[in-house]
Design a binder for this molecule. Structure first.
Ligand SMILES: Nc1ncnc2c1ncn2[C@@H]1O[C@H](COP(=O)(O)OP(=O)(O)O)[C@@H](O)[C@H]1O
Ligand SMILES: O=C(O)[C@H](O)[C@@H](O)[C@H](O)[C@H](O)COP(=O)(O)O
Length: 170
């Protein structure tokens, strides 16, 4: 999770490769109207995002159903969106929150040339973002680190969440 340009796809692909789980690009699950709307420079509303989040919830359920899990990129900007996904996953979901300053995000978005998301939407993403502070099963990582370090911290944090879960389950 994280705003546009925070590294969700890049980090997610690396994590999936390391863990052997499939990677699912959340952007590909948007209805076409959502992508067109963002590409025209308009932020999505809650109403626009609900069908998208529900598609992601179905993908999570399917991945859990076949017993191997998945790594999914999804901005998950608001607490209510994350809770919707947690509910779909029956609690078997952890988030890696990629957090970073506006300047770094701006420069990373600006360096992409093959993406529909305009840099002009970054501020609305930052305004919409509700930090996942105090929520269960979240690994927060600063994007001001090398990709290798971020992937290491993410993997380590996720392993700890799994270990703690197994301990509580007895
Ligand atoms: N830790 C990092 N250090 C330097 N560049 C990065 C890092 N993580 C991602 N990037 C680059 O930043 C850009 C945005 O990353 P991306 O994965 O597309 O973000 P998101 O999926 O969250 O929109 C990409 O060009 C990517 O290669
Ligand atoms: O909820 C949203 O407003 C969108 O999902 C948005 O957060 C997402 O960032 C875009 O799909 C752009 O894609 P990237 O995050 O890959 O730049």
């Amino acid at each position: 999770m994280g705003v546009s340009g925070s590294g969700k796809s890049t980090v997610g692909e690396c994590l999936a490769e390391l863990s052997g789980a499939p990677f699912v690009e959340g952007d590909h699950l948007h209805p076409a109207e959502n992508v067109e709307k963002m590409a025209r420079g308009f932020p999505l509303t809650d109403e626009d995002r609900m069908p998208w989040l529900d598609r992601i919830g179905i993908v999570i359920k399917e991945a859990l159903g076949i017993g191997r899990g998945a790594v999914i990129s999804c901005s998950s900007l608001k607490r209510a969106y994350r809770d919707r996904l947690r509910h779909a996953a029956d609690g078997r979901l952890a988030f890696v929150f990629l957090d970073g300053p506006r300047e770094v995000l701006l420069s990373r978005m600006g360096a992409r040339h093959d993406h529909f998301m305009p840099v002009s939407l970054l501020d609305s993403q930052l305004q919409t973002l509700e930090l996942p502070v105090g929520e269960p099963d979240v690994v927060s990582i600063s994007i001001d680190n090398s990709l290798e370090r971020i992937v290491y911290l993410a993997r380590d944090g996720l392993e700890n969440i799994v270990l703690l879960g197994e301990k509580h389950a007895g």
